[in-house]
Ligand binder design. Structure first.
Ligand code: AP5
Length: 221
């Protein structure tokens, strides 16, 4: 039986974090925590969290650290996270990384590996422009690179596919800038702790999956 793993996926918008996180979740039977998915669900259900987060997401800005840390701390208590987790889109700032360390320390846990997925801006824009997400199960596809069998319908659950509001060109530019200024410094933070592996994110999904496997080699053995 595969052992649990505790992995962080870093990378700019559209790098393929969500795509790879879902593959790792299926393989290792651990939970995938996408703070973006949790926030979008809250927005669509118009919960107090969703109402608060909505204006940040629409502008491509980050939701305040304290809000994010509370929601991750709660999510990590759920049963499906007992064997490990794949964090996708979290942490995104140094205070979030420090907060995560505190949450894990209280449980006597550490992160096994941080994978930084690197993709040039031109590829990011192509990926985000064609991305479609399932309204029901949050599965991902792409109108050109991974088209659904029936247009507009999720292959996995039959749900309706939609285009994210923050995948508009001007919002993508804002998100990239936020990544460069607020999230990219996390690479050094984790490099200094000996946890960082860089992954070339250009290529087919399976090729990147193989690079991820190689980078996780000693963690999964
Ligand atoms: P979030 O949902 O986390 O978005 P993101 O980090 O910008 O990342 P994306 O989901 O856009 O991209 P991805 O890397 O997962 O790529 P994907 O696999 O989908 O955050 C959204 C917003 O929520 C933030 O802007 C912020 O406001 C807020 N937020 C979230 N977390 C927060 C936090 N921790 N703190 C504060 N605020 C937070 O792939 C993209 C497309 O490419 C897909 O169509 C896919 O099918 C395709 N694709 C993937 N891999 C390949 C490949 N190898 N070849 C061809 N196509 C591919």
């Amino acid at each position: 039986m595969a052992r649990g793993i505790r992995v962080i996926l870093l990378g700019p918008p559209g790098a393929g974090k969500g795509t790879q996180a879902k593959l790792l979740q299926d393989e290792f039977g651990v939970c995938q925590i996408s703070t973006g998915d949790i926030l979008r669900k809250a927005v669509s259900e118009q919960t107090p969290l969703g109402k608060r987060a909505s204006e940040f997401i629409t502008r491509g800005a980050l939701v305040p650290d304290a809000v994010i840390l509370d929601l991750v701390a709660e999510r990590l208590k759920e049963e499906d996270c007992a064997q490990g987790f794949i964090l996708d889109g979290f942490p995104r700032t140094i205070p979030q990384a420090e907060g995560l360390e505190g949450i894990l320390k209280a449980k006597d846990l550490v992160v096994d590996r941080v994978l930084s997925v690197r993709v040039p801006h031109k590829v990011i824009v192509e990926r985000l422009a064609g991305r479609r997400t399932c309204k029901s199960c949050a599965a991902l596809c792409h109108v050109v690179f991974d088209p659904p069998k029936k247009p507009g319908i999720c292959d996995r659950c039959g749900g309706e596919l939609y285009q994210r509001e923050d995948d508009r060109e001007e919002t993508i530019a804002a998100r990239l800038q936020v990544y460069d200024t607020q999230t990219a410094p996390l690479e050094n933070y984790y490099r200094e702790r000996g946890l960082l592996s860089e992954i070339d994110g250009v290529g087919k999904v399976d090729e990147i999956r193989s690079r991820v496997s190689r980078a996780l080699g000693d963690v999964t053995r």
